[in-house]
Design a protein around this ligand. Structure first.
Ligand code: FAD
Length: 266
């Protein structure tokens, strides 16, 4: 069984700066790490590998050349292979172009039974990529999965929590895509041996030419992105004030009204 884990390299959000002139996140000065939700997806794949002998785990990321480092960490954490999808022409991609490019690479490599991803990234935070990848591949998908109940060579059964907290059990034929929440498992630290090995492993690289028979330059990067950001503004910091009313209930409404009038709220 071949499992593919989508991992995104994200900047450490404690250290990231916002370039308000260009309306973009300035990732250049912030250290990079694997999106924390994707660590859960990777750990889930590694647990499935431990439970079944036939599982082979590949981590795939689309990003700049330095994202190779995250694939080495993915290996140290238990992945068998890493694929880096990188090309200057992929730059400026919105979620649609990102997903189309990832789906093209997945189709090109072929043969994956299960694709796992995180429920969202901590920087873009749209939670769109997983579902879009599945739609471009034409395979079933399930979001907010907190437990994989059963995995056979033909089907997967999962427990997912919807936005209102209801739990649902779903069964999907493979190949399928599953996006996991943080509740699914706790990522373990890599061993020293795997860390050392990760420095030596070969990371496969793919670029636009690798996909030229299934993806055109117009479908990827800024050219393939229907989202156009006109302006990005940082909202002004909201000043919070509190007023404590000590009046008896009878006088309370008058006191409240006078505060509203005084603050110009009515
Ligand atoms: P989500 O949908 O929240 O992620 C869900 C899951 O999908 C993740 O947990 C992960 O498993 C998987 N996933 C997401 N992204 C990747 C990936 N790259 N590789 C593998 N798996 C992934 N970003 C830039 O870095 N440079 C740019 O120049 C740039 N230009 C942009 C221009 C526009 C107009 C817009 C709207 C966005 C741009 N972005 C850019 C942001 C970029 O679109 C998102 O980072 C990307 O599409 C992923 O979306 P997300 O972070 O919301 O992921």
């Amino acid at each position: 069984m071949k499992i593919l884990v989508l991992i995104k390299e994200v900047p450490d959000m404690q250290k990231v700066e916002f370039d308000s002139e260009r309306g973009r996140v300035n990732r250049a000065n912030a250290p990079a790490e694997i999106n924390p939700f994707d660590e859960n997806a990777l750990e889930t794949a590694c647990e499935l590998k431990k439970a079944r002998e036939d599982v082979d785990v590949t981590a795939l990321t689309m990003g700049p050349p330095r994202a190779e480092g995250s694939l080495r960490i993915a290996y140290a954490r238990g992945a068998d292979h890493g694929i880096l999808l990188t090309d200057a022409k992929f730059g400026g991609a919105d979620t649609c172009a990102t997903s189309k490019t990832l789906a093209a690479a997945i189709r090109k490599k072929g043969g994956y039974d299960l694709i796992l991803c995180g429920e969202k990234s901590v920087d873009g935070d749209t939670a769109q990529v997983g579902a879009e990848v599945a739609e471009f591949l034409g395979i079933p998908h399930c979001y907010y999965v907190e437990k994989i109940d059963k995995l056979t060579s033909g089907h997967i059964e999962v427990t997912a929590e919807d936005l209102w907290g209801m739990k649902q059990t779903r069964r999907m034929p493979l190949p399928a895509l599953v996006s996991v929440t943080k509740n699914i498992t706790t990522p373990k630290l890599p061993t020293v041996r795997r860390r050392l090995e990760s420095r030596e492993i070969e990371i496969e690289r793919m670029n636009l030419s690798s996909l030229e028979d299934i993806l055109t330059p117009e479908e990827t990067g800024a050219k393939g992105s229907p989202t156009k950001v006109n302006k990005v503004v940082i909202p002004p910091e909201v000043k919070r004030e509190s007023v404590v009313f000590r009046e008896e209930p009878d006088g309370f409404m008058d006191a409240l009204a006078s505060v509203f009038l005084e603050k110009g709220l009515v």
